[in-house]
Design a binder for this molecule. Structure first.
Ligand code: SAH
Ligand code: SF4
Length: 406
């Protein structure tokens, strides 16, 4: 059983502008660096010598206190609040739907306004509570240009990159819904970690290839990791890539976050099919980039993701080759049971086979937890994320409703 919360009741929560409204002309302050925010304020007429202090105030309200309305910024004068409101926005995504699994996993369908001539767009964000941590799986693009054959997002064309404000907005809205801000309270009955921050980890493992939206992801993650911003340690932020090799060194040098690689196959022949970007950047180049990843150590390992596809990549010979490939790289292996979606061309490996595979890589010294599927009843697992329009098109709306009704 799972629950879907209908957020269409305007009295339940102040709703941001409806999707049909014209595109907002105001510039978002979310996701801007301090320098860019300062410059934007000066451009808007705020005296240059005040700018630094104003940026500090705004960061505190936006990221520490989690306000979404200039009116709530108590130590900012009324006139200035009105002036800011006239020129800027701090609006977060519209929540189209919030689904809660029996296991506490939450999935949000978020809508962002159109940019230029485009239409409003929708993406999904997932929250996974566990003992001692709460992980938020964040999207970087609407759809994906890559076409990994086991991934539902890969069947959707790229609509557009998400802006820094939209990436940061996912984190802010999730924290707001969970009551993860100082003056907020957590909804009754919500499954969340028993202590510490409710969103303690961020993984760029939602929709899209983050390294094909490099600048925006970098700006957003620098706000997420900033001590006076959302203040998550870089050790608790993981960027997952299908293997955009030329961007990997830069990611380590400039972002300094943890890296995950969607490996999924140990031969170029198979990886060319499963993860087609492999034709451009084959396994050897990918492994060389991993070996050279800045800051790599036993305490800062690269995670290699490996989806278990029955009869395709799950033999013990594959497991041995995997161990051989990773030799010399401080690594963790994450075995992901394949999550099917309507029309998907693969099956998940048998559980016994996944365990045998895991045992072999464990024996070689790789901690390789099998990632237990979470949020199954709400289709919240890796590779199942999609936009609402896509869901309607693909006809799995019915399956979803059936799951909700159980
Ligand atoms: N584009 C990036 C990040 C998003 S995908 C990337 O590919 O790494 C996040 C993870 O989910 C990746 O490891 C991806 O390969 C995996 N994944 C995609 N579809 C899946 C599915 N149907 N079942 C299990 N894992 C899947
Ligand atoms: Fe895109 Fe990642 Fe899905 Fe491949 S696995 S299609 S890169 S989102």
């Amino acid at each position: 059983m799972s629950a879907t919360i209908d957020l269409s009741d305007a009295t339940a929560r102040p709703r941001p502008a409806a999707a049909s409204e014209p595109a907002a002309a105001k510039r978002s302050l979310l996701g801007l660096s301090r320098e860019d925010m300062g410059a934007a304020l000066i451009e808007a007429g705020i005296p240059a010598k005040q700018a630094k202090m104003r940026v500090q105030q705004l960061w505190h309200w936006l990221y520490v206190r989690g306000v979404s309305d200039f009116g709530q910024m108590a130590n900012v004068s009324k006139d200035l609040r009105a002036a800011l409101d006239e020129q800027f926005e701090i609006r977060r995504p519209e929540i189209v739907e919030e689904q809660i699994s029996v296991d506490g996993t939450r999935k949000w369908l978020f809508r962002f306004p159109s940019r230029g001539a485009g239409r409003p767009v929708e993406i999904e964000t997932v929250y996974i509570p566990e003992e001692g941590r709460g992980t938020l799986c964040v999207s970087s693009q609407v759809g994906c240009t890559l076409t990994c054959t086991f991934c539902h997002t890969g069947t959707q064309r790229l609509v557009r990159n998400l802006e820094p404000s939209e990436i940061v907005g996912q984190v802010l809205t999730a924290r707001e819904r969970l009551g993860d801000f100082p003056d907020a309270s957590t909804p009754q009955g919500a499954i969340v970690p028993s202590d510490g921050r409710l969103v303690s980890n961020v993984v760029m493992m939602g929709m899209g290839e983050p390294l094909y939206n490099y600048d925006n992801v970098k700006s957003a993650l620098s706000v997420v990791s900033d001590g006076d911003g959302l203040a998550l340690s870089k050790r608790r932020i993981t960027l997952s890539t299908s293997g955009v090799v030329p961007m990997i060194p830069k990611t380590g040098e400039e972002m300094g976050v943890m890296l995950a690689i969607s490996l999924h196959a140990v031969t170029d022949e198979l990886r060319d099919v499963l993860v087609p970007i492999n034709k451009k950047y084959p396994i050897k180049e990918l492994m060389d980039a991993c070996r050279a990843y800045p800051g790599l150590s036993n305490a800062r390992r690269i995670t290699f993701e490996y989806v278990m596809l029955k009869g395709v990549n799950d033999s013990l010979a594959d497991a041995r080759e995997l161990v051989r490939l990773l030799k010399g790289i401080p690594a963790k292996i994450n075995l992901i049971p394949f999550n099917p979606w309507p029309g998907s061309p693969y099956e998940c490996s048998d559980w016994e086979q996944i365990e045998r595979f895991a045992e072999l890589v464990n024996q070689a010294g790789y901690a390789s937890p099998i990632r237990t599927p979470r949020g199954r009843d709400i289709f919240a697992a890796c590779g199942q994320l999609k936009s609402e329009s896509e869901r309607m098109k693909r006809g799995d709306r019915l399956a979803l409703e059936a799951a909700v009704a159980v």
